[in-house]
Design a protein around this ligand. Sequence first.
Ligand code: ADP
Ligand code: MG
Length: 321
Amino acid sequence: MVCSRYEYSQTLMGTTVSLTLLEPNEAIAHTVFQIIKMLEDKLTVNRLFSEVMLINLAAGKHPVTVSQPIFSLIEQAQKVSLYFNSCFNFAIGPLVKLWKIGFQGYQVPSAELIKQQLLLIDPKNVELDTNTHSVFLKKTGMEIDLGAIAKGYIADIVKLVLLENQVYQGIINLGGNVLTLGECLTEQSGYWNIGLRKPFSISDELSGVIKVKNKSVVTSGIYERFFMQKNKLYHHIFNPKTGYPLDNELESVTIISDSSLEGDIYSTVFYGWGIEKSKAYLRKNQNLSAIFLLKNKTIALINPDNFSFQKTDTQYTIKID
Ligand code: ADP
Ligand code: MG
């Protein structure tokens, strides 16, 4: 079977964003990139101005009214931060800005500075007013950071736009946040093949290939953005209790779900919970599936009904739960 694919890509959100279609459609690719750019402009905290930055700049001073979709995303982010009793915390900004992991000037900050920032990251200190769509950070120095969920949120919107434009098959890849649309008509099985990166591989090797139809595949890992100092690895997902990067048995968590926002939320929540607590949760939520890569070189596949997995790496062994 001849496999025709049309791939469009741009650098956005500090990563390569690509759209794969089965038929050429330059116009829809253009629209998609415009929408991603517009949403990035609203959500980013890596520039001085955005809707989220307006909230952050007014911390300790006054509430800021934001657009309805951004308010609704912030509402969800707060709910997740408070509800799950996990490490997920959307008020993590002061720690992210202090460590600067993945940016110029990254460093291991002093314990004193970390302690100071810990006083500024309580998600309960973010006040939301559903009537005015306003957000108020009660303490000066507080900062919302939606980095853990922005890509998932945007990917779901792109999917809606594609469907509205009668594009029913394709892949949206936001730097590793992958959302597949429909079935891959150029494969007999109908599966889309999504590569799972081998942690820390410098040559883009894969640990395996995930096969899905009409699902989102989102990975959070310690190898995405990190630095080494004195033989210790410091990565970009923080433990809000200690102020240091989370340290557990996991190298990465991949979530296979219908919505990419959900995948983005759970990849961070599960990363914080670790494998045992996450497994217990997944047993009760069969609509979600997960692939955990562990530091002991085990690949744990949980709820494998929603996908199939083909291992390509001899170093790892597979465990199915
Ligand atoms: P990416 O896919 O961009 O690597 P992830 O979805 O894994 O990102 O989320 C990591 C990002 O989330 C960090 O860069 C930071 O902006 C933010 N973050 C870091 N620690 C936490 C946390 N404990 N809770 C919520 N967000 C976090
Ligand atoms: Mg995430």
